[in-house]
Design a protein around this ligand. Structure first.
Ligand SMILES: [Fe+2]
Length: 216
């Protein structure tokens, strides 16, 4: 329990120093309301990370001094975590989310209503990994969303805007139903991710004309 708690506290500490917008700080407030005590610890059975190589590559690529606390905590806690693969659970059946995403993602809930290491009333805080060269198609969801990116070389686009690079240490906040997509470069993508409310609502794909071209 102690190691998972340390990681959550490292994440909180980074967010406390780096969040500026009111809506982001509101999410942090919700995270801090979750009890990190023994009686709220769900003791998930740890498993071998299905994307172990990508995970270790991602962790070892973290160099920015502001993220070293999180990096060290992460490296220590890996053996205590329960990893899951989104095999379409977050999407409607037969959605076109695509094989690349389905075969290349992995997540772990540090806080969550059922899969979290610590129990919450709906808030999910976790780690989200995509292997290299994955296109995570444009989508939206009812939950507001906060990402703290731990790795470089992933591009994001929001609504119909152009692709932009997000570096390690960058924060992304999506309002409910904001459309977003990611293109992972030659290094795996690892981030901290949080859905403070409505975390049981499915994601909705938002088809774009250039999907085929990007996937070529
Ligand atoms: Fe999202």
């Amino acid at each position: 329990m102690k190691l998972v708690k340390s990681l959550v506290l490292e994440i909180i500490s980074f967010l406390e120093e780096n969040l500026k917008a009111k809506s982001e700080i509101e999410i942090l407030k919700r995270i801090k309301e979750v009890s990190l005590t023994e009686d709220n610890f769900l003791n998930q059975v740890p498993n071998f990370p299905p994307k172990e190589r990508a995970l270790f590559d991602a962790i070892s690529s973290i160099e920015s001094s502001g993220l070293l606390g999180i990096k060290e905590s992460l490296a220590t806690v890996i053996g205590d975590l329960r990893w899951n693969i989104d095999d379409g659970n977050f999407y409607d059946k037969n959605s076109e989310i695509g094989e690349s995403y389905l075969l290349g993602n992995m997540n772990c809930e540090l806080i969550g209503p059922t899969l979290g290491a610590f129990r919450s009333n709906g808030l999910r805080l976790g780690l989200f990994l995509l292997e290299e060269n994955i296109f995570y198609k444009d989508h939206k969801h009812k939950a507001a969303e906060l990402y703290l990116n731990l790795t470089n070389s992933t591009q994001w686009r929001f609504a119909d805007m152009i692709w932009e690079d997000k570096q390690a240490g960058s924060i992304v906040y999506n309002k409910p139903y904001d459309i977003h997509a990611m293109k992972v470069g030659s290094e795996p993508f690892l981030s901290i991710w949080c859905w403070p409310t409505n975390s049981d609502e499915k994601c909705i794909l938002v088809p774009k004309k250039d999907w085929k071209k990007i996937e070529e």
